[in-house]
Design a protein around this ligand. Structure first.
Ligand code: AHR
Length: 493
């Protein structure tokens, strides 16, 4: 099989947005407690943060972290998590049927984010709360001084305001499972008024309205249209969330998940632009794809009956990822990058333990899941501008998406250097893949394995890692062989 990538360095989609390489820390399962924070662990630093996890977060190349939820945020009282730790109340977390000790609150998280070198996207509770509480947490976080809540923050040890730029106006408010779930009209009005108030406090704030929790929601499309009709002038982004898994063992369709993500993005862009046209607005709403990943959701749903209730940091959705999952994660990054003109922020959900690229246990070192690798390489090698490429590829039949190209790819270009990311979705055939050589090969990596079900474990953390990919350059063309079920990254300098 053969596939070709056509590119022209002057044909540009958009600059690479560093915010594409975001992730997500929710007070859920062992993401915070036992994940980023574990005071009793030998690798905990003076603040109780695990230094081995922090080192992997930096290596992953995460730019932005959404916090503190997720479904959790829709019942969260941020005030519970500030001030002396001994005085903080233990609360029920209705979203995950667990206990929240509030040992980590926003001040601790901001300290962690500073150590990790990441921007924070703060999610507001618009489930059980409203405009006033959104203003209050904003005042605590971003007001420099003199007001009651700014002085409270200073008294709690954070002299300077945190200067958070991005706020999510709630989480998945279209979902009936959400605490305080709303109709599109109820939510659109609340989002607009919360946004208007926040903008009076901070005119340049970047605000994200909730879009659909998945493209299979019955209200998909109609929800975005109604919310944006009500809040178009007040918000900057509409969110999108998508999780993928092989359904009924259909690996062929699973490997083509990016086809669904492409369609999802194109549909939301079309919906947002049609609202903009009706409102005669010159403003463009972008997409914050602030939850995406592989998630074995049906396994989780099937195991709900056995969940022990009201535990602190129970083990929840600690999916173990294999090579096929990593290839899908790599291909979803290709989809996000090629939509960089409209998807300018995205968050791999989540960061540690909970459907995460990083795993940790109470003993021993944290380790990289298979999915860590395509994310880290794409974050490190995507630079400059995303190119508008064309791919000639043979196709294969899938039951969910019909005929799908076997090879998918995207390229970025910076100062004469080129990075190409490519996936081979065929389950048994290699593909010879070629593209114009704009320079010499600086590095080339492939993630594949004779056993696509291979995983990394604490006992064998480097079972699956990227290998060097052999390249040949002849008459101005680079050619590589993409193994079956593989993801590759090639950098020409
Ligand atoms: O990431 C896990 C959960 O998935 C989040 O809490 C929620 O927003 C989504 O449904």
């Amino acid at each position: 099989l053969n596939a070709k990538l056509h590119l022209e360095p002057t044909r540009v989609v958009a600059p690479v947005s560093r915010r594409t390489f975001g992730s997500f820390v929710e007070h859920m399962g062992r993401c915070v407690y036992g994940g980023i924070y574990e005071q009793a662990h030998p690798r905990a630093d003076a603040d109780g943060f695990r230094s081995d996890v922090l080192a992997l977060v930096r290596e992953l190349g995460v730019s932005l972290v959404r916090y503190p939820g997720g479904n959790f945020v829709s019942g969260y009282k941020w005030e519970d998590g500030v001030g002396p730790v001994a005085d903080r109340p233990v609360r029920r977390d209705l979203a995950w049927h667990s206990l929240e000790t509030n040992e980590v609150g926003v001040d601790e998280f901001m300290r962690w984010a500073n150590k990790a070198g990441v921007e924070v996207m703060y999610a507001l509770n618009l489930g059980t709360r409203g405009v006033q509480e959104a203003l209050d947490v904003h005042e605590y976080l971003n007001q420099p001084d003199r007001t009651h809540l700014a002085e409270l923050r200073r008294g709690n040890g954070s002299e300077k305001p945190y200067g958070i730029s991005m706020f999510c106006l709630g989480n998945e408010m279209d979902g009936p499972w959400q605490t305080g779930h709303k109709t599109a009209y109820e939510y659109g009005r609340l989002a607009a008024e919360t946004a208007r108030a926040l903008r009076s406090a901070q005119p340049g704030v970047e605000l994200i309205a909730c879009g659909s929790s998945s493209s299979s929601m019955p209200t998909f499309g109609a929800w975005e249209a109604e919310v944006l009709e009500l809040a178009y002038d007040q918000v900057d982004y509409i969110s999108a969330h998508a999780y993928y898994e092989p359904l009924d063992g259909d690996v062929g369709s699973f490997l083509a998940s990016a086809v669904d993500m492409d369609h999802f993005i194109d549909s939301v862009v079309a919906t947002a632009d049609s609202v903009g046209a009706r409102l005669k607005s010159k403003k463009r709403i972008n997409i914050s794809f602030d939850e995406w990943n592989v998630w074995y959701l049906s396994r989780h749903q099937a195991s709900q009956a056995s969940v022990t209730e009201w535990e602190v940091a129970p083990r929840v959705i600690e999916d173990s990822y294999d090579v096929t999952d990593a290839v899908v994660v790599g291909s979803l990054l290709i989809s996000l990058l090629r939509h960089s003109d409209r998807v300018t922020a995205a968050c791999l959900a989540q960061l540690v333990n909970v459907i995460a690229p990083i795993r940790s246990e109470p003993d021993g070192e944290a380790w990289r899941q298979t999915t860590f690798h395509p994310f880290a390489l794409t974050s490190r090698l995507s630079r400059g501008e995303v190119l508008d490429v064309k791919i000639d590829s043979p196709v294969y039949e899938t039951s969910r998406f019909g005929a799908v190209p076997i090879v998918d790819a995207v390229a970025t270009h910076d100062d004469g250097a080129l990075s190409v990311f490519a996936v081979n979705r065929h389950q048994s055939e290699s593909v010879s893949f070629s593209f114009p050589a704009t320079g010499t090969v600086a590095e080339a990596w492939v993630l594949s394995d004779d056993d696509p079900a291979a995983t990394n474990t604490q006992a064998d953390p480097d079972r699956v890692t990227p290998r060097e990919l052999a390249t040949s350059v002849s008459e101005g063309i680079v050619t590589v062989t993409l193994p079956p079920v593989s993801w590759s990254a090639i950098r020409l300098g």
